[in-house]
Design a protein around this ligand. Structure first.
Ligand code: ZN
Ligand code: ZN
Length: 449
């Protein structure tokens, strides 16, 4: 193996190690916050690689693979949750630095392994309480429920994140700012998140005695379950010990049925992000007293007047086996169409995210509006909405108009031209399908007459 190959191999091994939090204090301690790498962004290709490998293994084992509609929905939620990064950096960090600079009681040395270890535990304990409040306080659940809305359980589920949850979670980490340098906090905040990717799989049954200490696929499957025995259990991020200490631990028993207690019946990621906020609004309007209206916000999602804060266990619906999943979908060519366009959008989003500092406000706003509109179109196609094809054709026309304003089109072989002609072909296809459908409807109507 030559030097180039060995450097490349090293890089890949490090990338995979990071997914499991297998990093040393030496390689991940920094004096200044600006020196901390964007570990989550650097991990993205390894997320995609392992997601691909998971599906290959599932296929080989004849187990259900990622459904095109559910996989789209999960990754779409991931894209929506990252939209904020185009506009401003993490709020949790800004407030953390503000508190650290003014109220720090004692600064632990950034280069010490003990500081590293303590921060790892401190961030994970903070995560446990963020997560527990995310399930036990209705307004926080409105954000976090997005992560639980998949009825499948695979690595793509990990990417299903809320657009809004981050605007409240930072509060839980503030005590750390009294003694831990922001650079250490930023390192562990990222690894805590990255670690939780690999536990979203059904491929790994148990990992032996390590189940005692670490959050594992088995423990986290329980957390994603809607079987009554799974509700409000296993909030851990990295270490399951917090659940054992605070009395919320539950080992896996009966086969887990995944998803929300009242599952969503749409693939529209925008509705998925806001549906519980709308539900809270409706519930508040239906309450008679101010106390009850406020209780809807701060008590658990299962609360009703006259019931305990977290609702009653008996009110939880039993699950049926085999569980019926929402599975409205498209023929294979339709799924392929959406996925080709969806991958293009994801790639464009990644490129723009890397170059966001060079882009104008108009370009960023145009991109974000187009991104949201695209995800809505794809959701409506998977949901088989009557307006889906018309909406998608409109989207392709809008792209062609915007693209031709930015760059002239030619017959030369370039990524821009290939994508332009792909959109042009898509418009023709939708035009043909819409007209054919219209003809069929007319024919049917005439036959009835
Ligand atoms: Zn949760
Ligand atoms: Zn999860």
């Amino acid at each position: 193996m030559d030097v180039v190959e060995s450097v490349w191999m090293n890089k890949q091994v490090t990338g995979l190690r990071r997914l499991l939090y297998l990093v040393s204090p030496n390689e991940t301690s920094f004096e200044k916050l600006e020196e901390v790498p964007q570990y989550v962004e650097e991990a993205a290709p390894y997320f995609m690689l392992t997601l691909f490998l998971e599906n290959l293994i599932l296929l080989a084992k004849k187990m259900p693979t990622m459904r095109p509609n559910d996989g789209f929905s999960s990754i779409a939620h991931g894209l929506l949750s990252l939209m904020h990064s185009f506009i401003f950096r993490g709020i949790e960090l800004a407030t953390y630095i503000w508190i650290y600079e003014r109220f720090c009681i004692y600064t632990l040395p950034w280069e010490s392994s003990w500081t590293w270890l303590l921060t790892m535990l401190g961030v994970d304990l903070g995560y446990y309480w963020v997560h527990r409040f995310g399930h036990e306080v209705n307004i926080m659940w409105a954000g976090h429920q997005v992560h639980h809305s998949s009825e499948d359980y695979n690595l793509s589920t990990a990417l299903r994140q809320s657009m809004f949850h981050r605007y409240i979670t930072w509060v839980f980490y503030l005590p750390l700012a009294l003694f831990i340098p922001p650079s250490q906090f930023q390192v562990h905040l990222q690894f805590n998140l990255i670690y939780q990717f690999w536990i979203h799989t059904e491929l790994i049954n148990t990992i032996g005695p390590l189940e005692w200490i670490f959050n594992t696929p088995s423990h986290h499957r329980v957390h994603h379950g809607r079987n009554p025995y799974c509700i409000d259990k296993n909030y851990a991020g990295v270490f399951i010990i917090w659940d054992r200490i605070f009395g919320t631990f539950q080992p896996e028993k009966e086969k887990v049925v995944y998803g929300l207690v009242h599952p969503l019946t749409t693939w529209d990621p925008l509705y998925g992000q806001v549906c519980h906020f709308l539900h809270i609004g409706r519930m508040m309007c239906s309450m008679n007293t101010w106390q009850d209206k406020l209780s809807v916000i701060w008590k658990g999602p299962g609360w009703m007047p006259g019931k305990p804060r977290l609702g009653l266990y008996e009110d939880l619906p039993q699950v049926e086996f085999p569980a019926q999943k929402y599975d409205s979908s498209l023929p294979w060519w339709g799924s392929l169409y959406v996925w080709v366009h969806f991958l293009l959008l994801t790639a464009a989003n990644s490129v723009l995210a890397l170059r966001k500092n060079e882009l104008s406000a108009v370009t960023i706003t145009t991109h974000l509006i187009f991104l949201v509109f695209t995800l809505f179109c794809f959701g409506s196609l998977f949901d088989n909405r009557g307006y889906g094809p018309g909406l998608e054709m409109t989207r392709c026309i809008i792209y062609l108009l915007i693209a031709s304003m930015y760059q002239p089109v030619s017959l030369q072989l370039s990524a821009f031209n290939v994508i332009f002609f792909l959109f042009l072909a898509s418009v023709s296809m939708w035009c043909y399908l819409i007209l054919r459908n219209f003809q069929l409807q007319l024919y049917k109507k005439k036959r009835v007459e």
